[in-house]
Ligand binder design. Structure first.
Ligand SMILES: Nc1ncnc2c1ncn2[C@@H]1O[C@H](COP(=O)(O)OP(=O)(O)O)[C@@H](O)[C@H]1O
Ligand SMILES: [Mg+2]
Length: 449
């Protein structure tokens, strides 16, 4: 006889009131009752026959177009029949919204879609659907938490796409643990995976994750699914980023950008243009344009610095949003030593527009330029984009995907790009590529010194 925590799976030979691993109270249950069920499920996997690899019949793997181009793109070109996609994100970020929109466009193009909600009533779903303009006779909606009834409805509707919103709200009858516990998550995901493969449908499992990425979250089923995508964003910002973190059929780290509106999430097919609202005007002092890499895709964004004298006896403030604070501290030291510019008696605020985030070293030179530009109250002119990692002795280092970043800047009509000196710097027709060795040199080129 053994006991295990229903929340995190921690095992113990005696019953415990509080789990030493996750701190949950009253979460221990005797394990024996479940071991037989576990054995059964392990032996009844997808049920294909043994055969040498050269004789496996692929048939024709045809990807289904979801009708939302950006989602198809980050999945690697559409939905693969028989695949399970984990769709994660914080509560309230827009998962149900986006999936209902996806359900509509799949139903319109491809046939039956079944949308199961374990969190909202059919009337609530209908309200949202009305707001989003979702209405298709091939879209079936069911408010249900019990896995066996969900499976019965799958057999009834025979959908090409199934959406389970959310996996934490789904319970497998006969499995111990409350909804959302690790055991339930594993069991329901495994059963839904099996039925997905055998019916050759595509299943989206919605998973809530919290900022802390709680233990009993969707991370525990990531290994079971074929694809994991996460919807991210910041409170107060209407930008949402959909990111693929695992994909058995395509690249990972692909990114799609959406904007949250009253009528749903709208895809942003040209993110650089979207994030550079005032791109036709020259930016003011303290603002520079940098290309950041989201997945493999460069996006041009505004990086802003505000440097102002601290005054009084206060300690100087340093704040950065969307940027790595520790990196900023290092760069301020480089500014001090290499450029002889003191910021120790000034408040320094840095941010990236649009609620984006980056930890890329390629924005180093942009940060330095923005700080110096703000401090000197001199703008960076000449429709200039800035790229480069800064070393501790002020030397500029190469960055990855430099060519793609330059191309994006050229495409958006920028005229000059400051880049680290590399052996064979790329040259372009419509944009002036300026290879630079050091921060000092870069500041001279930008006329900020
Ligand atoms: N009536 C409304 N008008 C505009 N936006 C709304 C409205 N109702 C909800 N929203 C937006 O939709 C978001 C909820 O999205 P939802 O898809 O339910 O999130 P999730 O499923 O990820 O928890 C809210 O945070 C809000 O921004
Ligand atoms: Mg929801």
């Amino acid at each position: 006889m053994a006991y295990s925590c229903g929340s995190c799976g921690y095992r113990s030979i005696k019953w415990l009131g509080r789990c030493p691993s996750c701190g949950e109270w009253d979460s221990f249950a005797a394990q024996e009752a479940n071991t037989k069920a576990e054995k059964d499920s392990a032996s009844s996997w997808i049920g294909e026959t043994l055969c040498p690899i050269n004789e496996i019949d692929l048939g024709e793997i045809k990807r289904l177009k979801s009708g939302i181009g950006e989602i198809d793109r980050i999945l690697g070109g559409g939905l693969i029949p028989g695949s399970v996609i984990l769709f994660g994100g914080e509560p309230g970020i827009g998962k149900s919204t986006l999936l209902l929109q996806l359900a509509q466009s799949v139903a319109r193009e491809n046939g039956n879609v079944l949308y199961i909600s374990g969190e909202e009533s059919a009337a609530q779903i209908k309200l949202r659907a009305d707001r989003l303009g979702v209405e298709d006779k091939h879209l079936y909606v069911l408010s249900e938490q019990s896995l066996s009834r969900i499976i019965a409805s799958i057999k009834q509707v025979d959908p090409c796409v199934l959406i389970v919103d959310s996996i934490q709200a789904t319970v497998s009858d006969g499995t111990l643990g409350e909804a959302g516990s690790v055991r339930q998550l594993r069991e329901t995901s495994a059963k839904l995976t099996r039925i997905t493969k055998s019916r050759k449908m595509t299943t989206f499992l919605v998973g809530h994750i919290t900022k802390e990425g709680t233990f009993a979250g969707p991370k525990t089923v990531e290994h079971l699914v074929d694809v994991a995508i996460y919807l991210e964003g910041h409170r107060g910002e209407d930008t949402r980023i959909l990111r693929s973190v695992k994909n058995r059929f395509g690249r990972t780290n692909e990114v799609a950008v959406f904007q949250m509106r009253t009528d749903g999430l709208k895809e942003i097919t040209n993110p650089s243009r979207f994030f550079l609202e005032e791109q036709q005007r020259e930016p003011g002092a303290g603002t520079v344009i940098v290309p950041i890499l989201e997945g493999t895709r460069p996006i041009l964004v505004e990086l802003q610095a505000l440097v102002s004298p601290t005054g009084g006896y206060r300690a100087p403030q340093r704040r950065s949003s969307g940027l790595d604070y520790n990196r900023v501290a290092v760069l301020l030291a480089v500014i001090e030593r290499r450029l002889g510019i003191h910021t120790s008696d000034a408040d320094v605020y840095l941010s990236i527009a649009g609620g984006l985030e980056t930890r890329e070293r390629a924005t180093d030179l942009g940060i330095v330029a923005a700080v110096v530009s703000s401090l000197r109250n001199r703008p960076v002119t000449g429709r200039t984009v800035i790229v480069g990692e800064v070393g501790l002795s002020g030397e500029l280092r190469r960055v990855k995907n430099l060519r793609e970043r330059i191309t994006e800047a050229e495409k958006l009509g920028y005229k000059r790009v400051i880049v680290p000196a590399v052996p064979k710097p790329p040259t372009r027709k419509r944009i002036d590529v300026v290879p630079t060795q050091t921060v000092e040199q870069a500041m001279d080129t930008l006329m900020l010194r």
